[in-house]
Design a protein around this ligand. Structure first.
Ligand SMILES: [Zn+2]
Length: 463
């Protein structure tokens, strides 16, 4: 076991799915023409005054409740002062000393246990505009001939969720992130899609010797927008920090960039102290004092948490499949098929591998699945079932060929044509069975019953 352990904390940002921006009435549209959704407030014209978006506040409270956070009686917006071309006001409106959501936690189910990740806080802020570096090969400022600003994104409501440094590996961090993402999506408050930039994460990484108390200097990796790269960046940071500690080099607390091509982290800029932002209460906005009735109404609207559902499905289909069903949003399909009489495990597998269908077709599909129809008939039934109500009788007639006397000559021909694969199988590589079944399915235009084919091939190749 390694003498070192990783210490990881996350700051997750999600764009809230409101109709309009955080402090003005400009529309939020993904992919709109550059600088078309702007107004004096989000362009910071002198004298323009912000008004807080009520729905964004409700969405944030909802997330806080889902994470068991304390909801503040009085939350205060604050100005975070810094200069950047994509921040025309010269400050971002955020929350500092009095966030909307206080400490909470997310319990991440794992096979045979659970990982508890403490949430330090969740608050509401506005996103900055987007700077586009043009003319360079990399899309970064280095090498660009011009930098352009698109103010459409400026003022988008942004939910920031900050964890305590409770995560101990890249895998744990990714499990947490996926479950948090699923929770956010199911609350209906954000699409939380990394590819579209509506979910981003800052990752804080440090290492310490096992058993050591306290924390060492950490590296901050900002604005990560891919699960894969987050995992790799954490592993690279741990590797580089352990090497530095072991060779007696100083590990300097700073912001780092992850270079995917070289799998190495390089210093971005030295970390400002929080005080440098000169936070102070935003004088143009009143404090948020959520009435108890509002909080209770939002609590009553919470759906069952994904973690709870994974635990509920686990005895039926096993942990791995339960996790997959919930985190891909396929569990409803499995539930419908199971309720229509299909074995739970088969229902889960079908749900994972087949497309959506109208709920009213669940019974017909279960009957067709149980009847051993041809693969073609099954494909037809599923594709039609997404569009309109289907009748099982239309498909049950296309029964798969299970008659041994009909299948035997085809199987014998396939085996005779592939002597090498037969040897491989006899040498212990049972995976070749799939190849033979595939060949028989091809020869029969998909009409053979795969279960019968499987059994007949095994019998013929038995020693
Ligand atoms: Zn605006």
């Amino acid at each position: 076991m390694s003498a070192w352990e990783s210490v990881i904390g996350l700051e997750v940002h999600a764009h809230l799915k409101t109709r309009t921006k955080m402090f003005c009435r400009c529309a939020l549209e993904y992919g709109a023409h550059e600088n078309s959704d702007t107004c004096p407030v989000c362009l910071a014209h002198p004298g323009a005054l912000p008004v807080a978006n009520r729905r964004a506040i409700e969405f944030t409270i909802k997330l806080g409740l889902a994470l068991g956070c304390e909801i503040a009686d009085r939350a205060i917006f604050a100005r975070k002062n810094y200069f950047y071309p994509d921040l025309p006001k010269g400050y971002q409106i955020s929350q500092y000393e009095a966030p909307l959501c206080g400490p909470g936690r997310l319990v991440v189910p794992v096979d045979g246990g659970e990982e508890v990740v403490r949430i330090a806080r969740a608050h509401l802020e506005e996103d900055a505009a987007k700077t586009v570096h043009a003319g360079g090969a990399t899309g970064r400022s280095v090498g660009a001939t011009a930098s352009l600003v698109d103010f459409n994104r400026g003022g988008t409501p942004l939910l920031e969720i900050v964890t305590e440094p409770d995560l101990r590996s890249a895998d744990e961090a990714l499990r947490f992130l996926r479950l948090l993402r699923q929770t956010i999506v199911e609350l209906g408050i954000s699409d939380a899609e990394m590819e579209k930039g509506t979910l981003r994460a800052d990752v804080n990484v440090s290492v310490r010797e096992r058993g050591e108390e306290g924390y060492r200097s950490r590296w901050e990796i900002k604005n990560m927008n891919s699960f894969t790269f987050i995992g790799r960046a954490i592993e690279a940071a741990v590797r580089q920090q352990v090497a530095a500690h072991e060779s007696g080099e100083a590990v300097v607390q700073s912001t780092y960039d992850y270079e995917a091509d070289t799998d190495v982290l390089t210093v971005h800029r030295s970390k400002e102290e929080a005080d440098d932002y000169r936070y102070f209460p935003e004088p143009d906005l009143v404090p948020i004092e959520p009435p108890a009735e509002l909080v209770e109404r939002l609590r009553a609207e919470l759906p069952e948490a994904p973690g709870t559902r994974i635990r509920r499905l686990e005895p039926l289909v096993g942990f791995a499949l339960a996790l997959e069903l919930v985190s891909t949003g396929n569990e409803r399909k499995a539930e419908l098929l199971a309720a229509a009489g299909l074995d739970w495990r088969e229902a889960a597998n079908v749900a994972m591998n087949r497309g959506d269908f109208l709920p009213e077709n669940a019974r017909a599909l279960a009957a067709i699945l149980q009847a051993n129809v041809t693969r073609e008939a099954l494909d037809g039934a599923f594709s039609a079932s997404a569009q309109r109500p289907i009748s099982p009788d239309d498909y049950l007639a296309q029964a798969a060929v299970g008659d041994e006397s009909e299948l035997a000559p085809v199987i014998d021909a396939v085996l005779a044509a592939n002597p090498e694969q037969v040897e491989t199988y006899r040498g212990g590589k049972e995976g070749v069975l799939g190849f033979f079944v595939g060949q028989v399915m091809k020869e029969t235009q998909g009409k053979a019953d795969p279960k019968v084919v499987n059994r007949l091939i095994r019998e013929r190749l038995a020693p």
